[in-house]
Design a protein around this ligand. Structure first.
Ligand code: SF4
Length: 258
């Protein structure tokens, strides 16, 4: 088990949006244990052979030492693959900050990674009781909220993103999430819009015109930042097709808003 065995769905050698305020490369790992309706890259959910060798990532990064602040591991759910542990150690050893975008599905692996991480973006998707409706995972909520506790205890810099699924969540649900986050020590979460772009047709149909502001009106939850969920993947939807059409620039997608 080493970084060379990672199943990599895509690689973006330059991004200014995936580590706030920093320049990074982004590695998109294949596979996710959940199945959110709003997933923007459902092609990344199934585990399977990658399309970018780690060697390619390594060689590209070697040429960018001193030019980039960090390397972001995204997905899919990057902590699904145990090989990420070696990959994080490797990029840190090259002098990059190692960054993780995660849905928190694997708190034990998160704990293993944290000593070598510079920043974490953690998605909290629902109050505990409603996680199954959003993610299709019976125990996902327990795992995600446990990951939050692990993250807070680590002292590593982080951001919690609440991607609001308007087809499931209500204002009291979002208020419950924010209150629970505050109770555990997170006072500055960011609300993200669940968007139709890249999502499966059945979700798009269900979503209709509903938006974040229909669930959380502008005057509700004052002081909580709202963000359109812009990720690198949105500039490159359909990453696996994009990959097959390009020779030297591997495009990935953060299905996870994760
Ligand atoms: S949105 Fe994220 S957590 Fe949900 S299925 Fe897609 S990759 Fe997995």
């Amino acid at each position: 088990m080493s970084a060379d065995d990672l199943e990599i769905a895509g690689f973006v050698p330059f991004s200014a949006i995936d580590w706030p305020g920093k320049l990074s490369a982004v590695v998109f790992l294949q596979g996710c244990p959940w199945n959110c309706g709003y997933c923007q890259n459902p092609d990344l959910i199934e585990s399977g052979p990658g399309v970018v060798p780690w060697d390619h990532v390594r060689e590209t990064l070697e040429k960018r030492v001193g030019l980039l602040d960090g390397v972001v591991f995204s997905g899919g759910e990057p902590t699904l693959q145990p090989e990420i542990v070696d990959a994080v150690v490797e990029v840190k050893g090259m002098g990059f900050g190692a960054v993780l975008h995660t849905n928190g599905a694997y708190p034990d692996r998160l704990a293993e990674l944290l000593p070598n991480l510079a920043w974490v973006g953690l998605d909290i998707k629902a109050p505990l009781s409603r996680y199954p409706e959003v993610t299709g995972s019976r125990r996902g909520g327990e795992r995600a909220w446990a990951s939050l506790d692990v993250l807070i205890a680590s002292g590593v810099d982080y951001e919690v993103r609440i991607t609001v699924d308007p087809t499931v969540l209500t204002l009291p649900d979002v208020e419950e999430i924010v209150a629970e986050l505050a109770r555990r020590g997170t006072t500055s979460p960011v609300l993200q819009e669940a968007r139709a772009q890249g999502a499966r047709p059945e979700f798009v149909a269900k979503l209709g015109d509903r938006r974040l502001s229909d669930v959380v009106p502008e005057d509700a939850l004052p002081g909580i930042e709202r963000r359109v969920n812009l990720t690198t993947s949105e500039s490159a939807p359909g990453i696996r097709e994009a990959l097959s059409q390009r020779d030297d620039r591997h495009i990935g997608g953060n299905a996870s808003a994760a």
